[in-house]
Every structure is written in structure tokens, then in C-alpha cells.
Write a protein that binds this ligand. Structure first.
Ligand SMILES: Nc1nc2c(ncn2[C@@H]2O[C@H](COP(=O)(O)OP(=O)(O)OP(=O)(O)O)[C@@H](O)[C@H]2O)c(=O)[nH]1
Ligand SMILES: [Mg+2]
Length: 259
């Protein structure tokens, strides 16, 4: 039997977090999807030894697996490799989650529940009940401003386009031509969601409170944030072509009512 739920955790220098996050996610999943979950750590040869710690976790827990990549090549590439592995392993639901506890594993329950109705579930900071803790005014403004910018340019009714805590149905990943998805930071997150919307999939936002990391260092850079400025308008041209060959998802077809 294949495991149905795969949580993909990309890591780069998360030695202080990896043990805790894998255990915390594992405990939740043990409750939510007993006997049918898998945790995939995608490590880009972290110099701080994250990969070796993850290997030890995998040795003692058959539900944990590590994908080692030779060098740091960005969050998007790590996720694409993780998605490919999860799909090959038979995943029906793939969850994107950071290693730094910004994405609290306690939201896995509400997200999996929402996935019963939706094709793509977004852990959303910008719907009622969601929020951000510990961020200064500058970081808040960049996040809100960037999200609003992308939402306006792309014209999609999604409140949190840049978030990285998602639960994605297999059918979505198969329909959005992953091999041509742009490959970094916020733009990666925006593009996956935008393509899913364009393909007619049902997107639901579940409120999450995002906490700033308490240990380890951020890999987010000004360059990655600025990339969004010019890359988002380009998505308007590239994304529709990428999803055009996708079949019409069943969820987009209205069921005729009786009578
Ligand atoms: N494999 C891999 N993982 C990465 C890479 N860059 C970031 N990550 C991981 O992706 C997740 C998100 O990265 P963060 O540095 O926390 O970025 P962020 O959450 O946008 O920024 P902060 O709020 O400052 O933490 C973390 O688990 C990182 O370890 C990369 O190039 N390769
Ligand atoms: Mg983070």
C-alpha cells in the first residue's frame, strides 16, 4: 500500500529544527493519517549537517525519508524534486511545509480536513483568524504589499498567494506542468497557486498564524523578494499556456441540480 499523505520539508541549514519538526509533524500525522503518511526531507547538502540528522531520523522511522541534493539550488527546485518523489511514491495529498516551525504542525489537521472539499488548500495568514507573529513593520509591509501586488496583477481572488504551507491534491500537481514552473522563493508559491486557479481547481484558504523562526537563519533574500516584482507580470503570459493542456477537473464542472 502506498502512503496517501506526504509532507515535504525542504531544508537548508536547519540542524537546530529538523529533529523537532519531523517529530512534531510525525505525531500529528500519526493521529490524522495513521498508517498512511510519509515525511520527505529535501536537503541541499546543508553544511551544518541537517542531512545527516535527517538520515538518522529516517533510520529509526520508516515513515521518514530523505532526498539528498548535491548543492543549494533554491526552494522551488527542492519542492519540484520533492513533488516528483512523492508522486512516484503514490502520494494522493502533498503538503508543503517549512522546517523552521513558522508553519505549525497543528494546522495539518484543519488543512487535511479542508482537502476533503478542495483541490488546493492554502494555509493563509490573510484571512480572518490568520495572522503573523513577531514580524517587524518592514517585513509585514513587504509581505502584504507583495501579496496585494501579485493578486492585483494576476487578478485572482486569493488572499495569501505567497505562503508556503499548502496541501495539494495529486491531480493538481499532474495538471499544472511542473517542469516549467519558475523556480524560486515567493514566485514559486505564487505560480503553483496561480496555475491551479487557471486550471479550474478549487482553492480554499485555511487560517494559520505564522510565527517567525526562533532558531536558524532565514534564507530569504532581497533578491528573491525583488524577483517577484518583474516575475509576477510574466506569469500572466507563461502560466495560461502551461495549464492549457490540462484536463478540465471534475471540481470545476457544476453538478446539475435535480428538477
Ligand atoms: N532544500 C532547500 N531548502 C531551502 C532552500 N532555501 C530555503 N530552504 C528551506 O525552505 C524553508 C523556508 O525557508 P526560510 O529561510 O525559512 O524562508 P522564509 O520562511 O521565507 O523566511 P523566514 O521567515 O525568514 O524564515 C526552510 O525550511 C528552509 O530551510 C534551498 O535552497 N534548498
Ligand atoms: Mg521561514
Amino acid at each position: 500500500m502506498h502512503d496517501r499523505v506526504w509532507v515535504v520539508i525542504p531544508t537548508y541549514n536547519e540542524a537546530a529544527n529538523i529533529d523537532g519538526i519531523v517529530r512534531a509533524a510525525g505525531e500529528e500525522l500519526e493521529r490524522l493519517a495513521p498508517d498512511s503518511h510519509h515525511i520527505l526531507v529535501v536537503d541541499d547538502n546543508s553544511p551544518d549537517g541537517t542531512g545527516a540528522i535527517a538520515d538518522r531520523l529516517a533510520e529509526s522511522n520508516p515513515r521518514v525519508e530523505v532526498l539528498h541534493r548535491p548543492a543549494k539550488s533554491g526552494l522551488g527546485h527542492a519542492y519540484l524534486a520533492g513533488f516528483a518523489r512523492a508522486l512516484a511514491g503514490g502520494a494522493e495529498l502533498v503538503i508543503e511545509m517549512d522546517a523552521d516551525f513558522s508553519h505549525d504542525p497543528r494546522y495539518l489537521g484543519p488543512m487535511l480536513e479542508a482537502a476533503g472539499e478542495a483541490d488546493l488548500v492554502l494555509g493563509s495568514r490573510y484571512v480572518p483568524g490568520g495572522g503573523v507573529e513577531d514580524w517587524g513593520i518592514v517585513r509585514r509591509m513587504i509581505s502584504r504589499g507583495g501579496g496585494l501586488y501579485a493578486r492585483t496583477i494576476l487578478g485572482v481572488p486569493v488572499n495569501d498567494l505567497t505562503g508556503g504551507f499548502k496541501c495539494i491534491h495529486r491531480r493538481v500537481l499532474e495538471a499544472i506542468e511542473l517542469e516549467t514552473v519558475r523556480a524560486e522563493g515567493y514566485v514559486f508559491q505564487i505560480e503553483v497557486t496561480y496555475r491551479a486557479v487557471l486550471a479550474g481547481f478549487r482553492v480554499v484558504e485555511v487560517p494559520i498564524v505564522f510565527r517567525d523562526r526562533t532558531v536558524g537563519t532565514s534564507k530569504m533574500s532581497t533578491r528573491i523578494a525583488l524577483e517577484a516584482m518583474w516575475a509576477v507580470p510574466l506569469l500572466r503570459r507563461s502560466a495560461p499556456a502551461a495549464v492549457a493542456p490540462a484536463r478540465t477537473p471534475a471540481s470545476a464542472i457544476e453538478t446539475p441540480r435535480d428538477g
